[in-house]
Design a protein around this ligand. Structure first.
Ligand code: NDP
Length: 445
């Protein structure tokens, strides 16, 4: 594979799609060696076929706000690759959403879904709609208008969307209701559904719990555990919430959360009633960071900054892409960080990842660390097909086993001569090989 030629070609074809190009470059750099050892991949142009999505649907979403005014947003679904199963990946509702971000997320999803060992291809979608400050009725009308276009492309054996930033149980409900009406069928077309209508126990917590299980395995390789560790996390959405719950259960102390306006440092730890308070704030669609510091005087609100300047044993970014840069990484390293696990998708910039690798700090990449969310979505699809429900214990045990197996795969392909585990390389190679071999088997299509 001529990596430079492929990247130059992509940059020419997709100028300005910086997140997408960043994600592709990271994967290609780490699988370069394996591709060169397997000439059959080159002759079948596997890489050239893998880096472009199968198709992209882009559509207008018109809806009425509570004042009766017409609002117009852009909607997207990027179906990237279905070599190993139906397209699968979340929907993101955030004003920053654009094609580059959804292509990066869809591309990452191919390898993540492959790592779970479950039969799921990669996709992503969403809209630049901002759910913040909107009434429930406005969110419902938007979701219905969005589904009016999307339903033509999806189906339980074709493409199964789920949640992501700005899409939780409420939005999935509105989306599902509209799909059901249009398609005249009640099938498992979305995951993250309510428990009473096809959802899986543990799905809301799965990404966070899975992230902690993966990090637990990372610590275990060094004979260590979470017990007594101080952990900094960012955001406080679906994912950060699950991470905080599980960390507290395993005896770690969570000392930060954050939002777009800054972060909160709580040296006494964020657990119990403090977590409940945060959930109340979130449910009422409000900012949560500054009000937290007002409610709990032991906490300090630090406006306009990221939590990576706080001394910690383990850092777990949980908010959004590129939220931890080279300077943040240098701060963490200076303060003695022992492991970094990226729970958000591409939460760390390439400079940050390089700094962790150069300093031999164990670094878990998002596609491995946060794969628990889509893994339990896969288990939700299985339960829907079988028309039965597993108990929380059964789902949690399967999630735990999947995260352990992802860790094993990353160790298998990522262990370097000096014993350092390059989890980025390991996860990318393990995820890639399964998809590439499936593409070879299925011919040029
Ligand atoms: P949520 O919308 O529930 O939460 C996102 C959190 O991050 C919120 O606290 C939000 O603050 C904060 N945030 C969002 N954008 C920014 C920004 N630009 N700067 C600072 N803070 C920001 O999303 P999720 O928890 O579902 O997702 C978080 C990450 O995890 C994303 O990278 C997502 O792709 C990834 N992920 C999610 C999965 C899932 O199952 N939900 C599965 C796998 C990965 P505020 O609300 O105040 O805006």
């Amino acid at each position: 594979m001529n990596l430079n030629n492929i990247m130059n070609d992509l940059e020419k074809k997709h100028p300005g799609e910086s997140e997408y190009l960043q994600a592709v470059r990271e994967v290609l750099e780490s699988i370069n060696e394996v591709v060169n050892e397997n000439p059959q991949f080159d002759s079948a142009k596997i890489i050239e076929r893998l880096v472009e999505p199968d198709r992209i649907l882009m559509f207008k979403v018109s809806w009425l706000d509570d004042n009766g005014d017409v609002q117009v947003n852009l909607g997207y679904r990027v179906q990237f690759n279905n070599a190993i199963g139906p397209y699968k990946g979340g929907l993101r509702l955030h004003p920053s959403v654009n094609l580059s971000i959804l292509k990066f997320l869809g591309f990452e999803q191919i390898f993540k879904n492959s790592l779970t060992t479950l039969p799921m291809g990669g996709a992503k979608g969403g809209s630049d709609f901002n759910p913040k400050g909107k009434s429930d009725n406005e969110i419902m009308r938007f979701c219905q208008a969005f589904m009016l276009e999307l339903w033509k492309l999806i189906g339980p054996e074709t493409d199964v969307p789920a949640g992501d930033i700005g899409v939780g149980g409420k939005e999935i409900g509105y989306l599902f209701g509209m799909y059901k009406k249009l398609a005249r069928e009640n099938t498992g077309v979305l995951t993250g559904k309510g428990l009473g209508w096809g959802g899986s126990l543990v799905r809301p917590e799965a990404t966070g719990f899975g992230g902690v299980y993966f990090t637990k395995e990372m610590l275990k390789t060094k004979g260590d555990s979470f017990e007594g560790k101080t952990v900094t996390i960012s955001g406080f959405g679906n994912v950060a919430w699950g991470v905080a719950l599980k960390l507290n259960e395993l005896g770690a102390k969570v000392v930060t959360i954050s939002g777009p306006d800054g972060y909160v440092y709580d040296p006494e730890g964020i657990s119990g009633e403090k977590v409940d308070y945060l959930l109340e704030l979130r449910a009422s669609n409000q900012d949560i960071v500054a009000p937290y510091a007002e409610e709990f005087p032991e906490a300090t609100f630090v406006p306009g900054k990221h939590p990576w300047e706080v001394k910690c044993d383990i850092a777990m970014p949980c908010a959004t892409q590129n939220e931890l840069n080279g300077e943040d990484a240098a701060n963490l390293i200076k303060n003695g960080v022992q492991a970094v696990a990226e729970v958000s998708n591409m939460g760390c910039t390439p400079e940050a990842v390089k700094a962790f690798h150069n300093n031999k700090i164990p670094f878990g990449p998002g596609k491995a660390v946060n794969a628990g969310g889509v893994a339990v979505s896969g288990l939700e699809m299985t339960q829907n097909s079988m028309k039965l429900n597993w108990s929380a214990e059964e789902v949690d045990a399967k999630l735990h086993q999947i995260m352990t197996s992802i860790h094993e795969a990353a160790v298998k392909y990522g262990t370097e001569e000096d014993g350092y585990i390059n989890y980025v390389k390991g996860a990318n190679i393990a995820g890639f090989l399964k998809v590439a071999n499936a593409m070879l088997d299925q011919g040029v299509i």
